[in-house]
Design a protein around this ligand. Structure first.
Ligand code: PMT
Length: 415
């Protein structure tokens, strides 16, 4: 793994039975060329001894904030500064809770608070603890703060329960670390894979605005973050991207063809102008369903009594694309506030889509304006994958993985 050579990785090991897997992870990271500085919490040392990690990393193991072997530096700041990446594996509910609340009461948590390095967290705990609202809330908060999660697996847990909570395998964590550095090396925020080379992808993002008069309009809270993240991820993976965007405050992504629009009709026209040359269409934009029947040329004057605005149905761009498609793989989004899967499934079928991404925009950490999202991917062949909270960029990559899997005739579990 070329990308790990010479990297400084701080591995935080906390007190769970999966601490034994951290030993295998230390070995794999070291063999891949990384310098692995292990920090163990007091409880981690009840499961595995520091000597194991020292022998595998060939470096001293850190256990005490006040153990200062080098008088020239302050150990926890020095480690925090030197880390290219910090991995916490296993991460207990306790560690996640402390981190989410800015608590720094031992060597690991002080390093985590002092570092500017990216941090990957691999949770490991009993399924009921994992599902506890407090733990879920803490993970959401950390995801919003930019921490990356390496999802635990589902299976028989050491405590005897069956469910989600088993720490990701050392190979998966190694893979995530290698992918992170590979992205860094290519200057890409998303992924170094070029698996979309040759594909032309049309993406819509942001809100639409329907004019009432020259100074007023009907719109929604979409920030464009979801659609822009997909555009950037697709570009980084080698696709030729056309981004049709409603008005947003985001910078225009480089390396994509950018088509600014305002109204549903403008978005409709822009989409149909390039539909024929597209292989994949992804409609993340939040499009008005209704628009004023007439838009006043002059500013509406205040008058006594009520004002009634007459609205007419706006064209449904996605449904029209679903009807007109000639081999394009068409992806819609469903923004719901209740009965998420029911409504998403209905849109998937009615709009003749290949895949739909459902998000409940009332859920904390999901929806409009947020940096994170929580989505379920549904396909026309009845596959369903629910993703945990993650950055919109990570959602974008997972979505593109799913699209590629479906185009290749694979199931989503292979994505
Ligand atoms: O932009 P962000 O702040 O990052 O927020 C992201 C998001 C919440 C906007 C995004 O994740 C999302 O859910 N986008 C779809 C919003 C939406 O319009 O959902 P809908 O369920 O109303 O529409 C279903 C699908 O039909 C969407 O793909 C939409 O683009 C499309 N549509 C809807 C109406 C219409 N007149 N024409 C359309 O093409």
């Amino acid at each position: 793994m070329q990308s790990l050579t010479g990297k400084t990785i701080v591995l935080g090991v906390t007190g769970g039975i999966a601490a034994y897997k951290a030993a295998a992870l230390t070995s794999k990271l070291t063999q891949a060329g990384a310098r692995v500085h292990v920090i163990m919490t007091e409880n981690a040392r009840k499961f595995v001894g520091p000597l194991t990690f020292q022998a595998l990393s060939h470096l001293p193991v850190h256990t005490d904030t006040f153990d200062e072997p080098d008088p020239n530096v302050i150990a926890h700041i020095d480690l925090a500064d030197r880390a290219d990446l910090i991995i916490v594996a296993p991460a207990t509910a306790n560690l996640i809770g402390k981190l989410a609340n800015g608590i720094a009461d031992d060597m690991l948590t002080t390093v985590l608070l002092a570092t500017k390095a990216p941090v990957m967290v691999a949770p490991a705990m009993n399924v009921n603890m994992y599902e506890h609202p407090a733990v879920q809330r803490n993970m959401r908060r950390l995801a919003e703060d930019g921490y990356r999660f390496i999802e635990p697996g589902v299976g028989l847990l050491a405590c005897g329960w069956v469910g989600k909570g088993r720490m990701a395998e050392p190979e998966e964590i190694l893979e995530a670390a290698a992918a992170f550095f590979a992205r860094e090396e290519t200057g890409q925020a998303g992924t170094a894979r070029r698996d979309l080379t040759g594909k032309r992808i049309l993406i819509t993002a942001g809100p639409t605005r329907e004019k009432i008069d020259p100074v007023r309009y009907i719109s929604n809270h979409s920030s464009g973050k979801m659609g822009y993240a997909i555009a950037e991820a697709a570009r980084d993976r080698g696709a030729e991207v056309v981004l049709v965007s409603g008005p947003t405050a985001l910078p225009r992504p480089e390396g994509v063809v950018f088509v600014p629009v305002e109204s549903v009709q403008e978005m409709y026209d822009a989409v149909f102008a390039v539909l024929g040359e597209s292989d994949i269409v992804i409609k993340a934009a939040a499009v008005s369903d209704y628009r004023p029947k007439t838009s006043c040329v002059h500013k509406l004057k205040k008058q006594d009594g009520e004002l009634t605005l007459e609205l007419e149905k706006a064209p449904d761009i996605l449904a029209a694309v679903g009807q007109a498609k000639t081999g394009q793989f068409v992806v819609g989004f469903a923004a719901e506030t209740r009965d998420l899967l029911h409504y998403a499934q209905e849109k998937l079928e009615r709009k003749n889509l290949d895949l739909i991404v459902a998000n409940n925009v009332l859920e904390e950490g999901a929806g409009m304006g947020k940096d994170t999202n929580i989505v379920t991917i549904l396909t026309k062949d009845n596959e369903k994958v629910t993703l945990p909270i993650m950055s919109k960029r990570d959602v974008a990559d997972k979505l593109l993985d799913a699209v590629l899997a479906k185009i290749s005739g694979d199931s989503l579990t292979d994505a």
